[in-house]
Structures are given as C-alpha cells and as structure tokens.
Design a protein around this ligand. Sequence first.
Ligand SMILES: Cc1cc2nc3c(=O)[nH]c(=O)nc-3n(C[C@H](O)[C@H](O)[C@H](O)COP(=O)(O)OP(=O)(O)OC[C@H]3O[C@@H](n4cnc5c(N)ncnc54)[C@H](O)[C@@H]3O)c2cc1C
Length: 492
Amino acid sequence: MNALMYCLKDKKYSWCYETTPQPRANNRVFFWPRGKVMGGSSSLNAMVYVRGHPYDYDRWEQEGAKGWSYADCLPYFKKAQTHQLGGDDYRGDSGPLYVSRGKWNNPLYHAFVDAGLQAGYQHTEDCNGFKQEGFGHFDMTIKNGVRCNASMAYIHPILSKYKNLKISTNSMATKVIVEGSKAVGVEYKQNDATKYARARKEVILCGGSINSPQLLLLSGIGNADELRKLGIPCAANLPGVGENLQDHLEVYIQYKCSKPVTLYKYQWKFPWNMVTTGLQWFITKSGAASTTHMEAGSFFRSSSKVAHPDIQIHFLPSVVIDHGQKMGTCHAFQGHSGTMRATSRGNLKLKSTNPFDSPLINPNYLQTEQDIVDFRACVRLTTEIFSQKAFDEFREEVLDKNLRLNSNDEIDSFVRSTSETAYHPCGTAKMGSENDKSAVVDSKCRVLGIDKLRVVDASIMPSILSGNLNAPVIMMAEKAADMILGVPPLPK
Ligand SMILES: Cc1cc2nc3c(=O)[nH]c(=O)nc-3n(C[C@H](O)[C@H](O)[C@H](O)COP(=O)(O)OP(=O)(O)OC[C@H]3O[C@@H](n4cnc5c(N)ncnc54)[C@H](O)[C@@H]3O)c2cc1C
C-alpha cells in the first residue's frame, strides 16, 4: 500500500498530470497521477477489482456501443480472470488476471459492514456478481501477496514465447503516421532519438484517457478548427477527441480511532515495524505489505428513485493525505466516498504541438447543480453509516473540522474544498455510432475516418462506470483482441 503511494508523485513512474484550476472546487488544481511504466496505471493503482453495474454496460449499448451490453461483456470479464474462490456464473477460473480477497483480519472491516447493515443497507456476497448493491468484500488484483498488474498478467508470461513481440521501453509515441486516411505506423522518441515503427496490419493506441486523445490530436485527428489554430494538418475532423471527459470525485471522511488497529503503525516513525513488515513481505509475501487494505467497501443508492447504486465507499483502516505523501498523526480510519455517475463533462486540449507538453485537462468538476446535490447525499449518508453502533468502540472525533453537516452550504463547502479524484478519467475518445458526431471510435474500437487505427483503453468508454476502471479496461482489451483477430465474440 505504502509502496503504491510513494510512486504517485515520482515522475519516473507517473505522468504527474495536473488539471486546470477548477472553478466549482475553489479553483483548486487537482493532481492526476497516471502510470508511466509497463502495465500503466494498473502498476500503481490501489488494486481494487470492481466491474461496475450491469446497467452501465446496457447503457453503453444504448449510447451507441453496439455489442457492449453486459451480456456481451460478462464472458470477457470471466475470460480475463482467475478468481481465488474459483469460477462460477460470474467469476473466471483460468484467465491471466488473478483476483483474490483479503484475510479480513482487521476488526474495522467487520465494523464497516455491520454499520452498513445497521444503517439499513444490504450485504452483498460478491459486488462483481449477481448483486453489486450492498456492503461486503472488495476483491483485489493480488496474486499470492504480489500485485497482479496488466504487465504481470499479460506481458511477462509471453515475453520469451513470441519472437515477433518487441517491447521498446523508455519510448514515447509522438505521432501516428497517417498516409491519406490510413494509419501506417508510429513516430516515437527513445532517449532523444526519433524512431519509426511501421505497421504491417494496424496501429492500436492504448495510452490511456489523457495520452491517447493527446496523440490523436498531435496526429491531426480531432476538431479541425482547433487543429488549424495550432497549425496541425487535419487528417480526420473528429470534434469528439478530448471531449466527454469524466471522472469519479470522492471525499475522505476520516475519524480518529480509539484502538491501535489501524495502519498508523506502518510508517517510518516506527522503523522497526517497517523493516519487519518489509522483510516479511520479501521472504514470505505475506503480512501488511501483501494487501491493498481496501478489503471492504460498499455500493448503495442515494435514494430509492435511483435505478442502481450511485455511491461507492472504499473503506480503509488508515487515512490518505495528499495522495499518500503525508503520514497520519494518530490511529484513524476513513471511507473514500464518492458519487459514481457525475453529470459534469470536461475536456482535454493540446497546450502546444510539443508531445512532451502535458495537455490542458479540465474535468469541470461539480459544474452541474445535480453533482453537488448528489454529493450532499453522499456525505450525509456516509457520515450516518460511520455513526452507527458498530463503530462505537472505534470512532472518536472526525479529523477534518470542516466536515459540518448543519446546512447544505456547509456540506458544499466541505466537498468543494476537500474532494479528490478517484483516479478514473475516461471517455475522451468515446465509442459510439457513426452518426454520433461526438464519437471517436466505432464499436470495434476503430477510429472513425481513419483506416487501420484503433484505440483500446479507458478513453473509449462512452460514459463512466459505476465502479473502478481497471477490471473494465482489461475486459475491453480482451474483447477488442477478438475483434482485432477477427474471430467471433464469445457467446453471451
Ligand atoms: C493512483 C491510482 C489508483 C487507482 N486505483 C484503482 C483501483 O484500485 N482499481 C481500479 O480498478 N482502478 C484504479 N485506478 C484506475 C485504473 O488503474 C485505470 O483506470 C486503468 O489502469 C486505465 O487503463 P488504461 O489502459 O486506460 O491506461 P493506463 O493504465 O494509464 O495505461 C496507459 C499506458 O500507456 C503509456 N503511454 C501513454 N502515452 C504514451 C506514449 N505517448 N508513448 C508510449 N507510451 C505511452 C503509459 O505510460 C501507460 O503505460 C487507479 C488509478 C490510479 C492512477
């Protein structure tokens, strides 16, 4: 867990993006880490394995992503996965991505789920199975105490298997080479040298929600008027590139804990604990360093009028301060609580034609009144859960004195001043039907108007899912692989 946090602000491993100042969030600039290593963000994420709700995928299909309903996607979730508990109607048992459950040996996990039940919510045995809604275990992409990122799952096992697999590290793609309306290769920089990779069949971008649209724009694929202003010749006029940016925002509701059961003891203030924990992990891959500690969580609705859960809490027997860069000062626990289907839409634009310049990222957080109304419910309901009897033996005061619930204004002020990204940007090269002017790729992930070019990553999500994005991206990659190979999709 801590090892994860150390990397987020290290430019060697993370792109360390920043948003533009967000007017509805007190003009704050939000820090957006993204993985700059093999495995991408799955190599520095929190390893929570969540698929989202079936209705999300059915909505995708209605939004124009033909063939991406839940029934279409479920076989690929299963194909990708080996679940520690074995296969069933929802879980896979022979895929590359290993998914496990924590040992739940912290009493706070039990308190969290009990508190949810006491507050009137349901229990769920598997939030990725038949019923997302409820309180229970969160699955994690961890195999025998070790992170199972996209690289460990998919690349490492085939490194020496395929002679035609060439991996170029320390390399940055700077442009897709388009001849006429056909993508024929990629220009990239490796240690200051400009190089070219020619595609025999097609070019597939998977740079993530920031970098894929950035690369498309640099290659002349985007809004023709805006490209012209930057002097970039337009290869395809696709106004949707960089638009439709969506993310999950969350607040951290943190309480001082009266018992020494949190992760407070695992910091360099207590070097002996750190050394023994590290040694235990290196020798046996067990102990406190072998879990993400987000072993429990919940999905519930802000009101009975909502069709499926719109609030998610990740429970953590610790506190996160400044993306894990600062340590807590006492035993404490928190719920990362956020709304899952914000209505605000942001965008991303080129700052310049230099590929090494970060783009201008404007998520437009809390732009709509609906989003702030939803967050009021989110904060009220989350604090109500933590005020249940199950937490009485652990809960002391709220750590952030700005968390006051006397009026909507007080809650709004807390949300605007403390909310943080849940690190889930998506939608910036969205999939849609060919008559949708804002679509960038078709339902086979092919860039509209350009031959032999696909995008396969979180940027092509038509809209954000009700949950974390890593498992869905891996499912999408599995599904896209069949499209690329030209084989029929797995049966529903
Ligand atoms: C701190 C953090 C915590 C998270 N926690 C969770 C979690 O617990 N559970 C969960 O499900 N999701 C989590 N996420 C989100 C999840 O990891 C991402 O949504 C998912 O990995 C996105 O996959 P992607 O393929 O779209 O992009 P990425 O995983 O970001 O992959 C993009 C890859 O392309 C590379 N790249 C980009 N541009 C170029 C270029 N021009 N040339 C060459 N290479 C390039 C990048 O370096 C990277 O390796 C978290 C994310 C972060 C950052």
